[in-house]
Ligand binder design. Structure first.
Ligand code: AMP
Ligand code: MG
Length: 500
């Protein structure tokens, strides 16, 4: 590295940037510069995603990728900036958050015409760092890489992982830890908290500019509506409701659903203290900072709606000049959130049970099964997978053996279920349909921790193996058998931590 820090990018441009957010007025962002990593080493690069994005990386070696995605070199055309935002954290409003350890390099349009932010996370302090160092430790970077790519394979909307680079620097947390930079790809990084940032200052002009930007970028179908801003709010609410239903269907707990961690695009963002359920427990919380269980598994839909209410408050002046009418419209959106969530949740869980069509008692069938799983301390992922096998003719013990606490009510439930799923499909057809929606492999907490623990000592082999296995979550390849089983008592992870 040079003493002045950043190296110029002299080679062919990798990205064709088109930076629309940078063209918004100055109060939306601050210029930012990555801290040049001392000795960047490429940990992993997502070649498939790079190709989807249309990045020309065929002739770029890993040393160069490490410079680019470690922040040592600013790519040609990038306009690095930190975005301003506010947010409710655990219900308390903070008017000034913003990208404190991240910066937006710029936006690219992929082969399919979709626009994406390319963001570095852990690349040093910005104008919004407050007391933070702007750095990221290796562990949270690997966790975000693993979980966001697992989401992509599960087909659940989420930000993506393009690269992870070790910086060669040390960051100070409870102990000294190796530092890393994560490259995040998102439809955008606009959050509920971005609207709150301007609304809290009474800057209605900026709220409207941001809403127009969001409509152009994410919800062009709202433009032709009678009230485009109401249409946009409705679409955001619907996408969020569907997203949270998807989380519940895979046993996912986000862990820190603050309004600054809710993306307007409807993508899952911020994989901090997140975790997948092992045994099913609707009140489950992993995050060490969520002492009151605000963001417990089953609270997530209610919190999603609460966050949408905060977004609606920001947009009230745009919804209608008459305050009463604006409130009425916003309340309509909140109700729609609940309706969309309920319908989506039922559709997803009915499919997990192999139920087709709509039956009057389907919701009861699902909730009764979940209650049996809860009382029986049954593993969420394996239980639905076992049910798929029972449909295909496997012995019922395949399922009942998963109930740590035996449930006498299970045989009655199975009889009701058999009667309900009786249609003219063959057993193998039913099994295949259920296995296509019930993953065999999720990113289990103890495996993530294992990958991080080895990586801190320089061994990335298990991290790579885990990422590669999670690319096929619906397969039961013998080589991934050990990754599919729940933790032994001594392997259980009871607490997860924020990425800070
Ligand atoms: P998070 O809990 O990850 O959603 O972050 C909440 C806020 O804290 C955001 O404004 C972050 O940019 C900021 N933040 C988190 N970690 C750091 C850090 N190491 N340095 C500076 N700011 C940080
Ligand atoms: Mg965040």
């Amino acid at each position: 590295m040079t003493l002045s820090g950043l190296l110029p990018d002299q080679e062919c441009p990798l990205f064709s940037f088109d930076n629309t957010y940078a063209r918004l007025p100055q109060r939306f962002h601050r210029p930012a510069k990555p801290a040049a990593a001392r000795a960047p080493q490429l940990i992993r690069f997502n070649q498939a995603l790079a190709e989807e994005l249309g990045l020309d990386v065929a002739d770029v070696d890993s040393a160069r990728l490490a410079q680019l995605f470690g922040g040592q070199v600013i790519p040609v055309g990038a306009e690095p900036l930190a975005q301003a935002y506010a947010g409710h954290q655990f219900g308390h409003f903070n008017p000034q958050l913003g990208d404190g350890r991240a910066l937006l390099l710029g936006e690219v349009v992929d082969r399919a015409g979709r626009r994406h932010d390319i963001q570095l996370k852990g690349s040093g302090p910005t104008a919004f760092s407050r007391n933070g160092d702007g750095m990221a430790a290796l562990g949270p970077v690997l966790r975000e890489y693993i979980v966001s790519e697992a989401f992509a394979a599960l087909g659940v909307p989420a930000t993506r992982a393009l690269a992870a680079v070790a910086t060669g620097e040390t960051v100070m947390r409870e102990t000294m830890l190796p530092g890393a930079v994560f490259t995040r790809v998102a439809a955008s990084h606009i959050r509920v908290g971005t609207f709150q940032f301007f609304a809290a200052q009474g800057d209605e002009e900026a709220v409207q500019m941001l809403a127009d930007h969001v409509i152009d970028r994410h919800y062009p179908e709202a433009r032709g509506a009678e009230s485009p801003y109401l249409a946009m709010l409705t679409l955001v609410a619907e996408r969020q409701a569907r997203l949270i239903a998807r989380w519940l269907s895979i046993g996912f707990i986000h862990g820190v659903m603050n309004t600054d961690n809710m993306a307007i695009s409807g993508e899952t963002i911020d994989f901090g203290p997140c975790a997948f359920l092992d045994e099913y427990d609707p009140r489950k919380v992993f995050s060490s900072i969520d002492q009151r269980g605000r963001y417990a598994y089953a609270n997530q839909p209610g919190i999603g709606q609460w966050n949408i209410a905060r977004l609606a408050e920001c947009l009230l002046p745009l919804l209608d000049a008459d305050e009463e009418k604006a409130l009425e419209a916003a309340n309509g959106v909140l109700k729609a959130f609940g309706d969309v969530f309920q319908a989506e949740w039922l559709a997803l869980f009915a499919a997990k049970l192999g139920v087709t069509g709509e039956g009057e008692d389907d919701r009861q069938l699902v909730t009764d099964f979940l209650e049996l799983m809860h009382q029986g301390e049954a593993d969420f992922t394996l239980t639905f997978r076992a049910l798929s096998k029972v449909v295909g003719g496997a012995a019922v013990e395949t399922l009942t053996d998963l109930f740590t606490v035996p449930q006498p009510g299970l045989s009655d439930w199975l009889a009701r279920w058999h009667a309900r799923i009786d249609d003219n499909r063959s057993a193998p057809e039913r099994q295949a349909a259920m296995e296509a929606v019930n993953p065999a492999l999720i990113a289990r907490n103890h495996r993530i921790e294992e990958a991080i623990a080895a990586a801190v000592y320089g061994d990335f082999s298990f991290f790579h193996r885990l990422v590669e296995a999670l690319a096929n979550p619906y397969a039961e390849d013998p080589s991934t058998a050990d990754l599919r089983v729940p933790p032994r008592p001594d392997e259980r992870v009871t607490r997860t931590f924020c990425g800070t």
